[in-house]
Design a protein around this ligand. Structure first.
Ligand code: 9MR
Length: 368
């Protein structure tokens, strides 16, 4: 039993004395997730993870750390193509300091492919992507719970269902399975994930993306590609409908393929919600509740990771993302406000984790 579990157990014993709210704060979100055999965590950058209030929030609630950007190829490589792992090592050290699992994000992604390859030949690129993958995976061998091997290659608008990008052009969509094979050899103990967005909500385009993902994964499983996990980013949006039944039917199909499910980048955009702060927070919390209750009812869901920690450090509120509310107010996508205070969304997620009756079933993903 580690320090977090001991603290969690002691705090749970005090439920009657202190009341639920204090218990949730004392146990922390990861402590609550563990009661149903799951993990809970956050994506962070070393720039803000080391500072308050994020530092303390991670100490209380994080059982998983993902590097928001630091392990991306573009972040590691300098302008001359020389790798520098300083930032990636810092995130790994933060996870170790928290006694948390480390998620690796991401080995192959068109958006993190260094710009110098734009005019490269396929041969040059395959060699560079292979060396990058092998060096990175070997560096953290034995430390990574799950690698996001491949990110965002589905495009339901293409007849093939696959995105056309620098990666499909230079590596080749038919060769994506090799990325998983290379990763398995470089770290046989890490779980291997395919990670993508836009499959959680109840819109026709999400349904198309779910079908495209299942089509791809079915083919890979048939070919015995070593893929263990479907990573669902879950960048949710209040302006889109949500149907637990539709999402859970998708989870059943993933699980029938022998895959486990990780929620990898959870947050909620509230760009269309009213200006009234309390009403906005209530609406965001309601979507968190619906989504998390559904996730916690499925035995293949093993992990939930938030994308960033507080509204102040959320990628959604960074100027570079170009997403704005019509009233000019920043969005409130995470569980904690700018000062690191828990919002209604925090209570919603804590309640879903605490009430989870269905435990994660480790045997769900054992086809390889
Ligand atoms: O949050 C990340 C942002 O800081 C980066 O500029 C961007 C490009 O590397 O990536 C963001 O994270 C993305 C993640 O890696 C993959 N899924 C979508 C995330 C939000 O865009």
């Amino acid at each position: 039993m580690n320090r977090r579990e001991l603290l969690g157990g002691a705090a749970l014993a005090c439920v009657g004395l202190n009341g639920l709210a204090q218990t949730q704060a004392a146990v922390g979100l990861d402590g609550l997730a563990r009661t149903s055999g799951r993990h809970f965590g956050f994506a962070v950058g070393p720039g803000y993870a080391d500072k308050e209030p994020v530092k303390d929030l991670l100490r209380q609630h994080a059982g998983v750390i993902t590097a928001e950007n630091a392990m991306k190829w573009r972040s590691i490589e300098n302008l001359f193509g020389v790798p520098d792992y300083t930032q990636a090592d810092r995130v790994s050290a933060i996870a170790a300091g928290l006694n948390a699992q480390l998620r690796g994000h991401t080995l192959a992604w068109h958006q993190s492919t260094p710009a110098r390859f734009v005019n490269a030949t396929g041969e040059m690129f395959v060699q560079a992507q292979t060396s990058h993958l092998q060096a990175l995976v070997s560096r953290y061998r034995g430390r990574i719970h799950t690698w996001d091997v491949l990110n965002e290659v589905i495009d339901a608008d293409q007849p093939s269902g696959m995105r056309e990008s620098v990666l499909s052009r230079l590596w080749g969509a038919d060769r994506y399975p090799e990325l998983f094979e290379l990763t398995r050899v470089a770290d046989p103990h890490a779980k291997l994930a395919y990670n993508d967005y836009g499959m959680e909500q109840d819109e026709p385009w999400c349904e198309h993306r779910r079908s495209a993902a299942l089509h791809l994964l079915e083919a890979w499983v048939k070919r015995k590609v070593p893929v263990d996990v479907m990573g669902l980013q879950a960048h949710l949006d209040l302006s889109r409908r949500f149907s637990a039944a539709r999402m859970l039917a998708f989870f059943d199909e993933l699980s029938a393929l022998g895959l486990t499910i990780q929620i990898t980048e959870l947050d909620v955009r509230d760009h269309t919600a009213t200006t009234d702060l309390a009403a906005r927070d209530a609406a965001v919390a309601a979507l968190y509740s619906d989504f998390m209750d559904a996730c916690m009812s499925h035995p293949a869901v093993e992990m939930v990771v938030m994308w960033n920690v507080t509204d102040a450090d959320s990628w959604i509120n960074r100027w570079s993302q170009g997403q704005r509310r019509p009233d000019g107010q920043p969005m409130r996508p995470t569980l904690f406000d700018d000062q690191g205070q828990p919002k209604r969304a925090f209570d919603a997620v804590a309640a879903s984790l605490r009430q989870a009756r269905v435990k994660f079933d480790k045997k769900a993903g054992n086809h390889v």
